[in-house]
Design a protein around this ligand. Sequence first.
Ligand code: V47
Ligand code: SF4
Length: 382
Amino acid sequence: MDKDLLKHFNISDELKSIAEKVYNSERITFEEGVLLFEKGELNFLGSLANHIREKKHGDITYFNKNFHIEPTNICVFDCKFCAYSKLIREKGDYDAWEMDEEKIYETVRSYDNTDITEVHIVGGVHPKMGLQYFANLIKNIKEIRPEIHVKAFTAVELEYMCRKAKVSYKEGLKILKDHGQDSLPGGGAEIFAEAVREEICKDKCSSEQWLAIHEAAHELGMPSNATMLYGHIESYADRIDHMNRLRELQDKTGGFNTFIPLKFRNGNNQMSHINEVSVLEDLRTYAVSRIYMDNFPHLKAYWPMIGRETAQLSLAYGVNDIDGTIDDSTKIYSMAGAEEQNPNMTTEQIVDLIKKVGRHPIERNSVYDTVNDYGEEAMQEA
Ligand code: V47
Ligand code: SF4
């Protein structure tokens, strides 16, 4: 259907030539990416993104079973969009927390008789929790649950840990890997364009450092994800610049699994005066991401932040993964005003949500191997 469908769009020659490239599996340029944001109408972008999504994954939509541990929200940094962190001087506030180690192990043990496959550990950058503390923490978690995949620490946390421990990124990551860390989540990337970064999160790791840390992880055989915080003061060119820097690194290392656009939420932070973008803009952003990031295998919509219905819609705009926190264990978004105040979905609910929009649900592990196939055929055979 695809190419023929183009006839139904009343589009300029410039957009038509981008569409031709997509159907011929050719990479689009920076300028073409910006043009898609500026001139691409929602359904046009959706049909191109869906073409790529179906070519890569057919109808398959992945989710996983994980839980989050957020050891603390005390943070030495002060990002303006963050509704979650507390400065060390606010340590006594009712909503500041520092989990003690035993509580963390208790949390891990509480999942003993469940089939979760991943723990996602991120938090504020606490001045007293360093590289050795986290290395031991991971080692002990793995002793409690040896087969669990540990996806831990944003590049922001890692930059601080390595700087304090006076080791290179590679040395620091090697220590964490040797203690059981398996991969890195995609947080802390925000927007790489330096002028915007200076405005919204000037004191934390630079774009260059973020990219260098992920490169070092990939060289050590640790895969990672990449996020992009969009819908605040950045321009369309800034979004494409962000994707471009990631696309270049991916060409070099091949170590990224998933790109995750994160919609800026304006609750309870220093950027509350900025209006949030519309669902339409969310879908356009997913679609352009799928088109531009041709070397990223997966595109994820993080449902606790955008809500279940937008997550369902996103599956027609390039997205093939909806994460899968099935437990109320993350506070990052609820504190910034996200739809899901207590994000949890049972497997049945996730499967149903995916099937309702005609897609094929597959539970994956952290590196996208199939754990359980919930497609109609697989269910009939079972
Ligand atoms: O880097 C903070 C974002 C990120 C707000 O790798 C906000 O699988 C919107 O990276 N509005 C951390 N976003 C979370 C993250 C993540 C989440 C889920 C899965 C994975 C993965 C990674 O949260 C931060 C920042 O970009 N964030 N505040 C806010 N007000
Ligand atoms: Fe700290 Fe992360 Fe919040 Fe920035 S986004 S203030 S680094 S917890």
